[in-house]
Design a protein around this ligand. Structure first.
Ligand code: 5AD
Ligand code: SF4
Length: 469
């Protein structure tokens, strides 16, 4: 089989760099930018790449969107409310633009990539200057140059699935970094729009990933979060038997202090990966394993390709291999046709597993997906009632699951000063749970040792036991 070539040719990347240099010389180019980001970690990382490209073009970050010369909305379309929020904010900017006509407004990200959406946006939001999809991100210098030259609204969305190596990245944090290992998704879960907007599953070459990891380590990064819509199927389509467990093993050998990854699909969680997790020295003992529902019939209609029992078997194996592992999940309630009894299966699964955290969602029909055509959509009242019961149960259980950390040693990577208390800092522990300990701004970006002394809502409280590293 001939592998489809996804890489943007190096000449094209060089051309974009050259145009970026030309934009930099333009007297009427925007001087400042502001990016408004919605959605998941992939989008957050895309925004870091967009910022990198804009800085290459000589711009710097504005302090507010109202004052910025260029405002980009990096959108999400996973649920209806994500879309509505983004469009509400775009409309709000229309008023600002009335007083500042030179302001450039752009919409990019997943929403722009939805079939037919770019045209719709162009018609309904005439004050928007630039619309581009996730697969056109690397062409931002050229797109911006065209917008500046014509001042006509410009749309650039194509359905080509690219891998663009060498985009400059302006990282938000210096201690922890995102590292994309694969793009897109081929799973077509019946409710999910992602395969339609992020394209076919494609993996970066391992050499490119290892090189980037090496550069990050050199720059002092202490934690790397590997990103992909389904990292467990990394390597599909690459030659040489590359797999996620093999990649993880290579990264573990590099001695980056902390390695995490997101997101996994239970059907692709192999015994080999579980073994690598158990044997690793730097792979953190945490796993985000979206289950979506605890009922077999619903799982089947969601096109998830596992049963409740198979999922629970993966959880058991993970716990055997990595004792005390922190588990988190995603759950959808009110999938079309979900009965009360089927919903209760989700409640009982949540009880059986005991997650450290769970992201809970009301099913939101997405045009173009199979489930949007399914009969028996659950009423909004019923959906609301179910999600409230699910959240209440998770909160109650969480107190208990998090109590297992009491008296235990933990290591945290300090992210921020605690909001409530200027004398405390917080960061994620190795198991993925936030921990607050006494400290100050000097601790930011350090790994601290502590002992857990309390559980407060969904976080842990700790006392410091050692130094920093
Ligand atoms: N409605 C509600 N939740 C959804 N998710 C994905 N698509 C939908 C939808 N149409 C949730 C899933 C997924 C998470 C990222 O978002 O739980 O794991
Ligand atoms: Fe969506 Fe399923 Fe792919 Fe996750 S695995 S992105 S839920 S289609």
């Amino acid at each position: 089989m001939i592998r489809k070539e996804y890489h943007v040719p190096p000449e094209e990347m060089a051309k974009q760099r050259e145009i970026a240099g030309e934009v930099r010389q333009l007297p009427h180019r925007p001087k400042t930018y502001f990016i408004v980001t919605y959605g998941c970690q992939m989008n957050a990382h895309d925004s870091e790449k967009i910022a990198g490209l804009l800085e290459q073009m000589g711009m710097s970050e504005a302090t507010s969107r109202e004052e910025s010369d260029l405002v980009l909305f990096n959108t999400c379309c996973i649920r209806d409310n994500a879309e509505r929020k983004a469009l509400g904010n775009v409309s709000w900017l229309k008023e600002i633009k009335k007083n500042r006509p030179e302001m450039i407004i752009g919409i990019c990200g997943c929403m722009a990539q939805e079939p037919g959406m770019a045209e719709k946006l162009r018609k309904q939001y005439r004050f928007v200057d630039l619309i581009f999809g996730t697969s056109n991100l690397h062409r931002l210098p050229e797109l911006l140059m065209n917008t500046l030259n014509s001042r006509d609204s410009l749309t650039a969305v194509d359905d080509r699935d690219w891998i663009a190596e060498g985009i400059p990245v302006r990282r938000l944090r210096h201690d922890a970094a995102y590292l994309t290992i694969m793009y897109g998704c081929d799973n077509y879960c019946s409710y999910c729009i992602v395969p339609f907007v992020r394209g076919r599953e494609r993996s970066r070459n391992p050499e490119d990933i290892l090189r980037e990891a090496g550069e990050l380590m050199e720059s002092g990064v202490k934690e790397i979060m590997l990103l992909g819509q389904n990292v467990n199927s990394y390597g599909k389509g690459l030659s040489g038997g590359v797999s996620f467990p093999a990649l993880l093993k290579s990264l573990d050998r590099m001695r980056i202090p902390r390695i995490r990854f997101m997101t996994s699909h239970p059907k692709d969680l192999s015994d080999e990966l579980i073994e690598v997790m158990g044997a690793g020295s730097h792979i953190l003992p945490q796993f985000h394993l979206p289950v979506q529902s605890g009922n077999d019939e619903i799982l089947k209609r969601m096109n998830r390709h596992y049963t409740r029992e198979q999922y629970l078997d993966r959880v058991r194996k993970l716990r055997e291999s990595v004792p005390g592992i922190g588990l988190s999940t995603d759950l959808i309630v009110a999938f079309p046709g979900e009965t009360e009894a089927q919903f209760e299966d989700t409640l009982s699964l949540v009880r059986e597993v005991g997650y450290d955290s769970a992201f809970t969602f009301i099913y939101s029909p997405r045009t173009g997906t199979r489930a949007a055509e399914f009969p028996d959509q659950v009423s909004p009242e019923e959906a609301k009632d179910r999600i409230q019961r699910l959240i209440a149960l998770q909160e109650e259980l969480q107190q208990k699951t998090l109590s297992r950390f009491l008296g235990q040693e933990e290591e945290i990577l300090v992210e921020s000063l605690s909001r409530r208390d200027g004398q405390a800092v917080s960061g994620k522990g190795r198991h993925g749970v936030s921990v607050t300990v006494p400290g100050d701004a000097a601790d930011a970006g350090q790994i601290l040792s502590c002992r857990i002394t309390g559980v407060k809502n969904n976080t842990l409280m700790g006392e410091r036991t050692g130094g920093t590293r």
